[in-house]
Design a protein around this ligand. Structure first.
Ligand SMILES: N[C@@H](CCC(=O)N[C@@H](CS)C(=O)NCC(=O)O)C(=O)O
Length: 207
């Protein structure tokens, strides 16, 4: 049995939803409301030491951090593989994953925007401007990385973990009015990913 603790507003949770769909793994969802601070209180705070989503429960064990969760799923459920076979190709996938996971998502995480408000009296508009600045700056680098791979998808002609991270990151960027037209390589890959059921069907439920 797999249980995914996730939030409708979390791009990191979305990555795991896509990976589970690509692997055709059935699971149960527990929705955590980040805006209401549900992740910071019991019982979730006891479940995930990080007090962040996602967390994946499998065989009575809790896993946190989407990179660790998705790598675990890729190891225990090999088809379809989310990492290419060559060392160089794997390094390229990890570069995209790392750029999104460490270089982009943390900059617009709700906890960071709340801290900007609490410590520097930043308004919602200030927080959104901050998020947009970092996303656009790092998307410029991401676009070059993806263009350099010159494949149908983010890192070649097969769907990889890079695409699993890219799709929710672009979706999350919409709330900060990031214009995707400025990033042609990302736009092209997004058009292709939107045709794939595991991506198209991964959007969070309304409400
Ligand atoms: N690197 C972590 C990031 C987790 C993360 O930042 N989750 C966000 C939602 S996308 C969250 O729980 N934010 C609430 C908080 O940090 O307090 C992962 O990939 O799982």
């Amino acid at each position: 049995m797999i249980r995914l603790y996730q939030s409708k507003t979390s791009s990191s949770s979305w990555r795991v939803r896509i990976a589970l769909a690509l692997k055709s793994l059935p699971y149960e969802s527990v929705w955590i409301d980040l805006a209401a601070g549900e992740h910071l209180a019991e019982p979730y705070a006891r479940i995930a030491a990080t007090r962040q989503v996602p967390a994946l429960e499998t065989d009575g064990t809790i896993l946190t951090q989407s990179v660790a969760i998705i790598e675990y799923l890729d190891e225990v459920c090999v088809a379809p593989p989310l990492m290419p076979s060559g060392s160089l190709a794997r390094a390229r996938v990890r570069a995209v994953v790392e750029l999104i996971n460490a270089g982009i998502q943390p900059m617009h995480n709700i906890a960071v925007r709340r801290r900007l408000a609490a410590q520097f009296s930043a308004s919602d508009a200030d927080g959104a401007g901050w998020a947009r600045y970092w996303i656009e700056t790092r998307f410029a680098a991401l676009d070059r990385l993806i263009a350099g791979c010159a494949g149908a998808f983010a890192c070649g002609d097969e769907v990889t973990m890079a695409d699993v991270f890219l799709y929710p990151q672009v979706m999350a960027s919409r709330q900060f009015s990031v214009e995707l037209a400025a990033f042609p390589a990302i736009s092209k890959v997004m058009d292709r990913l939107a045709q794939i059921p595991a991506f198209r069907g991964s959007h969070p439920p309304e409400g």
